[in-house]
Ligand binder design. Structure first.
Ligand SMILES: NC(=O)C1=CN([C@@H]2O[C@H](COP(=O)(O)OP(=O)(O)OC[C@H]3O[C@@H](n4cnc5c(N)ncnc54)[C@H](OP(=O)(O)O)[C@@H]3O)[C@@H](O)[C@H]2O)C=CC1
Ligand SMILES: O=C(O)[C@@H]1CCC=N1
Length: 276
């Protein structure tokens, strides 16, 4: 039977999950969504056909969405997650699986805000779910059994790959794949800027860079593929690519990316403490 799924806080991330489910054939009638503003709720509903209510205009909107839901996905900003969890706690069935997509909000914080024994799954999805190409890490709470994890996985499974990880690794998942689409877009921006500096029109440079990052992404989709092997296949000995990569290596691009990922996890640690 199709699960009824409530999305609370349906912006960039929850919106991407919802669109991924719809694209995979999940019926709109078994989804519900909330936002803060009426404008966001109307736009979402008009675009997707999913019923949506605005918590900023109707104080019972989140309770309405949760009523009878099999799965609830908390998708507001991290600072609002615990308060939202406390708000909806009275409406949850004991077997409703509560997912959080928030960075830095721990299972302990989620479980403390919800009724004892509620199945909780902390997840770190990414926005490519909306085009069926997501990557998701998840960690189960103390009351989440295999069936609860299967329900959580089903929210993402049709639109991306799902990996269960120990909670201690979820900030690293966030730094690699949660934030990762932004790194890929940053690369595309930088490639386009470089093309403009070499004399290309901006419009052409952006199209070339975007098509190239997208095409390379599709080549990476094959099971077991090695990014380094794909890179080597483009890099002719003593050719042009080799010169470019040598500059990247000399400028420490690889190290900068690793340092950026470390900074992302450090921020998650800091936020976890602030919002515990
Ligand atoms: N963006 C990303 O790529 C990723 C984000 N995340 C996590 O997802 C969460 C949301 O981030 P993101 O989607 O980017 O943020 P957005 O600001 O795009 O979305 C937040 C949504 O929450 C709504 N909202 C705010 N308060 C309430 C409320 N009380 N009740 C119901 N809805 C409410 C907002 O409504 P309105 O539109 O009306 O303001 C908005 O739709 C964060 O916790 C973040 O850590 C995780 C992985 C990746
Ligand atoms: O930037 C953020 O905090 C969120 C979490 C991962 C991606 N976006």
């Amino acid at each position: 039977m199709t699960d009824t799924i409530a999305f609370l806080g349906t912006g960039n991330m929850n919106g991407a999950i919802l669109r991924g489910l719809l694209a995979a054939g999940h019926p709109a009638s078994s989804l519900r969504a909330t936002t803060r503003s009426g404008a966001s709720a109307t736009a979402l509903s008009t675009e997707t056909g999913v019923e949506a209510k605005a918590a900023g205009e109707d104080a019972s909107a989140n309770a309405w969405a949760v009523e009878g839901a099999d799965v609830v996905v908390l998708g507001v900003k991290p600072v609002g997650i615990a308060e939202l969890a406390r708000q909806i706690a009275p409406q949850l069935r004991p077997d409703t699986v509560v997912l959080s997509v928030a960075a830095a909000i721990t299972l302990a914080t989620l479980e403390a805000a919800l009724p004892a024994g509620q199945p909780v799954v902390r997840t770190m999805p990414n926005t490519p779910l909306q085009v069926g190409a997501g990557a998701v890490g998840l960690s189960r709470g103390s009351s989440a059994d295999d069936a609860a994890v299967a329900s959580a996985t089903a929210v993402f499974g049709a639109s991306g790959q799902v990996f269960e990880v120990p909670e201690a690794q979820i900030d690293a998942v966030s730094a690699v794949s949660g934030s990762g689409p932004a790194y890929a877009f940053y690369l595309a921006e930088a490639m386009a800027d470089g093309g403009v500096a070499l004399g290309l029109d901006r419009e052409l440079a952006v199209k070339l860079a975007a098509a190239t990052v997208a095409g390379a992404g599709r080549m990476l989709e094959q099971e077991g593929v090695d990014p380094a092997a794909l890179r080597r296949a483009v890099t002719s000995p003593n050719g042009t690519t080799e010169r470019a990569i040598a500059v990247f290596d000399a400028r420490g691009v690889r190290e900068a990316i690793a340092e950026g990922e470390k900074a992302a996890t450090d921020r998650a640690t800091q936020l976890s403490i602030e919002l515990a």
